[in-house]
Ligand binder design. Structure first.
Ligand code: ZN
Ligand code: ZN
Length: 239
């Protein structure tokens, strides 16, 4: 959009904070007002060098958490913007359950800077969003992870690939399930349908929330089995 139209849009639909809905003053960016921005619990070291799990303070960030040490996940690294609470939780809910696409676009921008900070972005070949099953996609009308992935693909001029990975099984919502149950729930739920496309590629996998990691773990496993060389994961929030 050129700046003239941007100006017109701002005049009639002035940008508002995604969390408290206050008008944003100039200079406030990223979709949140300064006060809400300061309430985001950004994740910072020390954290597991593989899955990004917060570690007790004083711990060395060059180590892995007990879970990754015991059974290393199929992805190389996973990082999230912040904890799944307050401002980030509200913004994810606005996107996912109320269909507020501007929230997704703003979260995509923030995730993109998180990715730029933590990942060797130009090493990747393609960005893949965690897919929804076609049933859920029809009901919701959009895939929230695709909106996030699109922002990253655009910012780093990477291929956006929303076709190679499919969700073939409609799974029950994971809310309230423990790790073992979540792992059961997503087993065999994904399939890699374009092996030729992803062969030897380095993939950046995008999801909205990392809870127990069972969804991204299963996606990464399927992509590696399908011929991908490596998978890295970025999510907006971490439960
Ligand atoms: Zn606010
Ligand atoms: Zn870990």
């Amino acid at each position: 959009m050129n700046s003239f139209f941007r100006g017109l849009v701002d005049l009639f639909y002035p940008p508002r904070c995604l969390s408290c809905n206050d008008l944003l003053i100039s200079g406030e960016s990223g979709g949140f007002c300064q006060e809400c921005w300061s309430r985001i619990s950004f994740l910072s070291p020390p954290m597991c060098q593989i899955c990004g799990a917060p570690l007790p303070s004083g711990e060395n960030s060059a180590i892995t958490c007990p879970r990754c040490t015991e059974s290393p996940p199929p992805f190389q690294i996973c990082r999230s913007i912040g904890r799944y609470e307050s401002v980030l939780l509200e913004a994810v809910h606005a996107l996912k359950y109320r269909g507020e696409i501007p929230a997704g676009i703003a979260l995509g921008k923030i995730l993109s800077s998180c990715v730029g900070e933590h990942f060797p972005v130009h090493d990747y070949d393609r960005v893949i969003p965690v897919p929804l099953h076609v049933k859920r996609l029809r009901k919701r009308g959009f895939n929230q992870s695709l909106i996030l992935a699109r922002a990253i693909a655009r910012d780093f001029t990477l291929t956006l690939d929303f076709q190679s990975l499919r969700r073939r099984r409609h799974t029950d919502p994971q809310i309230g399930l423990g790790r073992k149950q979540r792992e059961e729930n997503v087993r065999e739920a994904f399939v890699c349908v374009r092996g030729k496309e992803i062969e030897n590629s380095k993939i950046l996998l995008i999801d909205d929330v990392y809870t127990t990691g069972s969804t991204v773990t299963e996606c990464a496993r399927v992509l590696i089995e399908g011929g991908a060389q490596s998978v890295a994961v970025a999510t907006v929030a971490r439960a």
